[in-house]
Write a protein that binds this ligand. Structure first.
Ligand SMILES: [Fe+2]
Length: 266
């Protein structure tokens, strides 16, 4: 079990994927976990899931109102099987497909509700009364989880001033400043995201608040992997087909590589 990162180890590996869009027939998460084992001899220390873990479309084959809970349970089983079902081994943030706020055709799942579904993955996190952002200290890394789905019913992203202020407060903490602060959210803050429904509406305010203060931002939603820099902030787009592997060798000493997921089962 990956209960604790050995702080004496010279290298720490973070593996990040996003938008797995699991359905009842998909073993994508299992394949990601299997690939992590294959790629890193010494082991991936922490896995990051950047949202849209599931994909439930009303009226499609096999759709049931309780579908997301069933798929979340399946994902937990896979994480357990590979020793990743604990807070020090895995982090997750919600994507627009994971949540349903109206609850008419689908069960109602809010961002706090999503966190409660994955309570075990937040046990070591410092979670405020509003749930997001949370912060988790994982060896030399300070992971900060953000809900970018707030106040939006469609696929557009929004963080909100309250969360941005709290992110700023977290980045001021001594135990965060002495580590590599890594931000995780579903929507990309980059201007290059042109499609209206893919945009993070308050990306400008967000980037302004974190500029020069974070090591890297990990996100998904675009379904295309890539590494970018905007306003001095390093942003990595994660996808389902490629694992973004970050080797961390000290504060701001981060080496990034992309490895294809080996899809064995599907
Ligand atoms: Fe998405």
């Amino acid at each position: 079990m990956r209960q604790e990162i050995n702080v004496m180890r010279k290298q720490t590996y973070l593996a990040a994927v996003s938008d797995l869009h699991l359905d009842q027939d998909s073993n994508r998460l299992r394949d990601v976990l299997w690939s992590c084992e294959e790629y890193v001899e010494s082991g991936v220390d922490h896995l990051i899931l950047g949202g849209d873990l599931v994909s439930r479309i009303p009226f499609r084959r096999g759709f049931t109102k309780k579908g997301n809970s069933v798929l979340f349970a399946k994902a937990k089983q896979d994480l357990k099987a590979y020793g990743f079902y604990n807070s020090l081994a895995t982090s997750i943030v919600p994507g627009n497909h994971d949540l349903h706020l109206l609850g008419i055709l689908r069960e109602q799942i809010s961002a706090p509700g999503f966190l409660r579904h994955f309570k075990k993955l937040h046990e070591s996190a410092m979670v405020t009364e509003s749930y997001y952002p949370w912060v988790k200290l994982v060896g030399p890394v300070a992971l900060i989880g953000i809900d970018s789905t707030s106040k939006t019913l469609g696929a557009t992203g929004y963080i909100g001033n309250r969360q941005i202020w709290k992110i700023s407060d977290i980045l001021d903490r001594t135990d965060v400043r002495m580590r590599c602060p890594v931000l995780i959210l579903h929507h990309s803050p980059l201007k290059r995201v042109k499609r209206r429904l893919k945009r993070l509406r308050d990306s400008e305010q967000f980037l302004k608040a974190i500029r020069g203060r974070v090591s890297v931002v990990l996100c998904g939603h675009t379904h295309v992997h890539g590494a970018y820099r905007e306003q001095g902030v390093r942003v990595i787009h994660c996808s389902k087909d490629v694992i973004a592997l970050l080797r961390i060798e000290g504060k701001d000493k981060i080496h990034l590589s992309f490895r294809a997921v080996k899809y064995e089962y599907t």
